[in-house]
Design a protein around this ligand. Sequence first.
Ligand code: FMN
Length: 194
Amino acid sequence: MTPEILAEFDSWLQEARDHGAIHEPTAMCLSTCGSDGQPAGRIVLLKHHNERGFVFFSNHETSYKADDLATNPHAALCFYWMPLTKQIRIEGRVEKIADEEADAYFASRPRGSQIGAWASQQSRELKDRATFEEIILANEQKFAGRDVPRPPYWSGWRVVPHRIEFWKERDSRLHDRWEYTLDDGVWDRRLLYP
Ligand SMILES: Cc1cc2nc3c(=O)[nH]c(=O)nc-3n(C[C@H](O)[C@H](O)[C@H](O)COP(=O)(O)O)c2cc1C
C-alpha cells in the first residue's frame, strides 16, 4: 500500500493504543473461507505491518484457518475500536512470511507462550484440560535449560491488501466511509455511501 494509506492506518491504530481503555488494540477479526465455501471468523492479533501488508501468527498445520488458507489464500481483516467508533476493513491475498521473520518474532515471545506453541495442536479435539497440562509439563521438561526453538508448524501469514476501507461513525448513521482499492498496480480512493 502507499505510504499515505499506511500513515492513515497507523494514526488510527495509534489512537487506539493511546486510548487506555482498549484492552487489545491490535485485535482484529480474521475471516477465511476454504473450499467448502463456509466462511469462518476469529480474532487474532496484528503483530507487524508495513507497506507490504499485515502479519499475524498462528498454527499452520492443525487450525481451521490453516485448512482454509491452504485451499484459498485470501482473507479479510476487520478492526473495530468501540470507544473510538472506528472500523477498518482489509481484504487481500495471504502469504506465509519468511522463516527468519517468524524465528525473530518467536524468539521475542514469553517462554510460556513458546512452550504453548509446542503443546497446542490448535483446533484439534482435546480430551480434557489435564491432558493439555501434562503435554505442557512434558514440553517444559524437554526444553529445560535451553532456548525454545520455533515449532516448524508455527509461523506468520501476511495479508497483502488490495482493498482497505476506513469507517467512522457519524450522527444519525450518516457515517463517513472511504475505500482504497488496488487496480493494475495503482491505488484508487473513493468515498462510499454509509
Ligand atoms: C483477543 C484474542 C487474540 C487472539 N490472538 C490469536 C493469535 O494471534 N493467533 C491465533 O492463532 N489465535 C489467536 N486467538 C485465538 C483465535 O481466535 C482462535 O481461537 C484460534 O486461532 C483457532 O482458530 P481456527 O481454528 O479458526 O483457526 C485469539 C483470540 C482472542 C480472543
